[in-house]
Structure formats: C-alpha cells, structure tokens
Ligand binder design. Structure first.
Ligand code: PHE
Length: 535
C-alpha cells in the first residue's frame, strides 16, 4: 500500500465498523456461502453440462462475479452508506436503486427463514430418523402438510411455525447485538464451524459405496452444452446468486470497513472462498447421491429430486436413511444448512436495517428489532401455512430471477453509464488496495450489464408467456408480478421520503483531487444536497 494518499481524515462518523479485515472477510463469505452453495450449485452443474459446466462457471466468476463484487465493494467503501445512501451519493437520482436492493432483501428474508426453519426441524428429526420410511411423503405430507397448489390457505402448520419463530428470535438477537457483537461474532464462530462440519460430511460421503459414480456423474463433461446459451445464463445466474451480488449486501458490508482498507484482495478471497465451498459441496452431495443410486440399483441420472428444496429435504433424507451412522450424518448435514442459512440471512436483513438506520436516523438496535419484528410476522403468516411452499417458490422465482437482475442493471447504469463514476471508483480501488483492478474492469462491468439486460428480457418474456409451474394466472399476477410491483414501488416511493439524518457533510476519501480527477463530473456534488428536501 505504498502509494496511498497521506491521511484519512478524522471523521465524526458514528457508523459501526468491522473490527478488522478478517471479520469483514468472514462476514462476506458468510453471506455468500448459503443454501445456494449446498443445494443450488450441484443441481445446476449437473443439469448444465456436468464437468463442462465448470467452464462457463469459471468464466462467469472471472468476467462477472469478481468485477461486480469489486464494483459493490467500491461503491460501499467510497460512499460509505447503506445501499440507498451509497447509491444516492453515486448519483442524486439513484437512491431508488438502493431501495430496490433493500426491498429484494426484505422479501428474501421472509422466505429464506422458512427454509432455515425446515432445516432446523430436520436437524431434530435426524436423531430419530423420522423421515426414513417415505422421505417425500414425510416432507410434503407429514411435515409441510401441503395444501393445493394455486390456493392460499390460512391454516397454520405448528411444526413449521415453532422453528420459524426460533429462527426469527435468534436472528433478531444477532442483529440487535449490533454489527460487532452480533453479525461479526456469528460469522467468526459460524464459518469455521461450518467449514469443519462440511469437511466431515464430504469425507464421510466419499467413503460410501458408489460415491465414485456420483462424482463421475457430476463431472462427466458434456461439451455440447457449451453451445447452449441457457447453460451460460445458468452459470451467470449461479454466480450472481451465490456471491450475493446485486442485493446491496456487498455495498452494505463494505461500507462498514474503515476508510483505509485494502478492498480488492479480500474481495478475491471472498470470491474464491465461496467457489471452493461450492465445489466441495458439489462433491459431497454427488458422492452421497452416488451411494443412493447404487443402493437403489439405478443410475445417478435416474434419481429424482436432484435440485432445490427436494434435494435437501427429500433426496438427502433418503441417503441418510440408507447409510450406516445416518443419524449423525443427517444431524451434521442439517446443522450445516442452518448455519449456512443463518449467516446469509443476517446479511440480507442487515441491508434493510442499515438502510432504515440511515434514512430514519434510527439506532442499530431499534432498526434491527423493527425490521425483524415486522418480517417475522409476515414470514409466519406467509410461509407458516399449508400453502407456504408454493408461495415460496413463486416469490423466489420473481424476486430472484427478475428483481435481482434489475437491481444489477440499474446499479451499473447508475454508477458507470449515467453517474460516470467509473474512473473514480477504479482509482479509489487502486488507491486503497494492493491489487489494482485496471481498465479492463470497467469494460467487463459494462459488458456484464448488457448480458444481464438480455437475461432480464428473456426471463420476463418466458414468465409472461409460459407462466410458472402451471400455477393459475391470478396466482402469478398476485404473488409473482405483485412481488415485482412491490419492489418497483419501494424503489420509486422511498426516495420521496425525507432523510432524517444529515447526509450532507460527507467527504469521500481519497478526495477526487487526490485521485487526480477533476473536481466534479458535471454532476451536482454530494455536498450540495439539501438535507431537508431529500432530493
Ligand atoms: N449467496 C447465498 C447462497 O449462496 C444466497 C443469498 C443470496 C442469500 C442473497 C442471501 C441473499 O445461498
């Protein structure tokens, strides 16, 4: 860090801080490593070319994952705010982009908790192997008491609600303890424990009969898949979801770093750490599937439920039921899901909480309790019922496949194309970091945005024309497009509200002068904001 500008100004920032670089890295990995690594990646890889998927996956990581991760870290670190505040400082009309991120996180928090709650129940079921006779019937029938698709029921399922309440209580306590004592500690303990637990799972799985067949099924390359655009889209989608990009999470987390902090190298640690865990999970999961296939005397490809919730809650229980020492293995597996989920969940809610702290000038604890309380009630009403699974599936599809892509496109457009902050952010990264991103970085970011626009249109058209999973149209309009309408309203209306905190007295550091940039970009300078108008 030889050429760093002299001194970081003494600021009167009251903002919370990570206690150091390691804390930040662990928290960012905690957010990235989640259910997506354990159940989404293996299925995606398997369905999209097996071993050949590693090529688009790596390309996506290098051309999109790392560049966008750097972009978010740069925005959060330079403009030092929750997503709406940082985006407002990027461009005065871009606050809504931040609220789009916040709204997506709010929605995801509602159902992500439900999945963690199921995993918590399954952790306990593992000791008695309650699910062993008929895993599918147990999950959908005995446990979820699934009602009819395309309906809305208000009959609550106690065995889902009890763990759901527990998960919310834990989450609210962690958030209320604050960034340092809550979020940071959870990750400091949780991530090493998670990695160790998963190592045990993978090693155990590798020693099962048939493990080799499973791994072969996962990695046998189907190079023809590389000619299919959908495979490439799947790879980019996986990277975005897995690295928690475009949710405002990385902006928020980076804003808690001290001004004088190396940004790019830790970013690489997060990106490669996440992908390593993902690969590890893929190996463990498919080794276990190989075992199940060999027990049932079928090929791995003929197994059902290789992806999504069914992988974890139906297929895996079948593995556990068949294997020696299944109780222990099952408990470890579901404990890992809970841990991986919790560390991602707090990152999502921190985005919402920190935005409200900035906008309404709330204390961290007040914001955390308010966000947690409201979310908990909505989450229980929406996902604690016999039709929760369908709702989850629908809301997830729209918020993740459309909302996020829109969140990424608008962020890039606001920062690079309209706000013209590209050079500033690039020099910012270069000034504070040991590793400089270089000019190619900005080109990649813009190119990714073009790809994302294509993905957005492609997905929107297919959801409009084909619907989803055969659910009735009214249902998709209310819960799918309704989710999109909610996100759009949040993005449009929240910026109209006045900031209750002084956001005027803000000086980016290093200053534009120190970065050898002209004083202004033809844009009203951040210091000209009128705090009362909020415009
Ligand atoms: N990155 C998380 C995973 O891989 C998913 C996630 C995305 C969680 C966005 C929260 C927010 O599971």
């Amino acid at each position: 860090m030889a050429e760093q500008p002299a001194a970081a100004p003494h600021t009167h920032e009251k903002r919370e801080h990570w206690s150091g670089q390691t804390a930040f890295i662990l928290a960012a990995i905690g957010s990235a490593v989640g259910l997506g690594n354990i159940w989404r990646f293996p299925g995606q890889a398997y369905e999209n070319g097996g071993g050949a998927f590693m090529i688009p996956y790596l390309v996506a990581l290098l051309t999109a994952g790392i560049p966008i991760l750097f972009l978010e870290h740069a925005i959060g670190h330079r403009f030092r705010g929750s997503a709406p505040l940082a985006m407002k400082r990027v461009h005065r009309h871009a606050e809504g982009v931040g609220w789009l991120h916040v709204a997506i996180c709010f929605v995801i928090g509602l159902y992500y908790t439900a999945i963690i709650a199921w995993a918590l129940s399954y952790f306990f079921f593992s000791f008695s192997l309650s699910y062993q006779d008929d895993p599918a019937g147990f999950f959908l029938g005995d446990y979820l008491q699934l009602g009819e698709a395309g309906t809305v029921s208000l009959s609550f399922v106690p065995q889902v609600i009890i763990p759901l309440v527990a998960v919310w209580l834990i989450t609210i306590v962690v958030l209320a303890l604050g960034l340092h004592n809550g979020v940071e500690r959870l990750n400091l303990i949780g991530i090493p424990v998670l990695v160790a637990t998963f190592m045990v799972i993978v090693v155990r799985a590798l020693f099962l009969d048939g493990a080799g067949d499973g791994i072969e099924a996962l990695f046998t390359p189907d190079f023809a898949a590389l000619g299919d655009p959908q495979v490439w889209i799947a790879a980019y989608g996986q990277i975005f979801f897995s690295l928690s990009l475009a949710y405002g999470i990385m902006i928020t987390y980076a804003s808690y770093r001290r001004r004088r902090s190396n940004i790019t190298s830790p970013g690489l640690v997060v990106a490669f750490g996440n992908s390593s865990f993902e690969l590890l999970a893929g190996i463990g999961v498919f080794a276990a599937l190989g075992f199940l296939a060999s027990q049932q005397g079928v090929a791995v490809g003929d197994l059902e439920g290789l992806a999504g919730p069914f992988l974890s809650f139906v297929t895996f229980p079948a593995v556990i039921a068949e294997m020696p020492g299944g109780q222990f293995f099952g408990a470890l597996f579901f404990a890992s899901l809970v841990l991986a989920g919790l560390t991602s969940l707090v990152s999502v809610l921190q985005v919402v909480s920190s935005a409200l702290q900035d906008k309404l000038n709330l204390k961290p604890r007040t914001a955390a309790v308010a966000v947690g309380g409201v979310s908990a009630v909505l989450s229980i009403v929406g996902f604690g019922t016999t039709t929760g699974l369908y709702l989850l599936d629908t809301v997830d599809q729209w918020s993740n496949q459309l909302g996020i892509v829109a969140g990424a496109i608008t962020m890039i457009a606001a920062a690079i194309w309209i706000g013209r902050r590209g050079h500033e952010l690039e020099r910012h990264l270069a000034a504070v970091s040991t590793l400089r991103p270089g000019k190619a970085w900005l080109w990649l970011v813009s190119a990714v945005a073009l790809l994302l626009i294509y993905m957005f249109v492609d997905k929107a058209v297919s959801l409009l024309i084909d619907g989803y999973e055969g659910y009735p149209t009214w249902y998709l309009v209310v819960f799918g497009w309704g989710t999109v309408a909610f996100l759009a309203l949040a993005a449009l209306l929240m910026p109209l509200m006045r900031w209750r905190k002084d956001i005027v007295h803000f000086h980016p550091w290093p200053t534009r002068e120190q970065l050898n940039l002209p004083a202004d970009v033809g844009e009203r300078h951040t210091e000209d904001y009128d705090p009362r108008s909020g415009s």
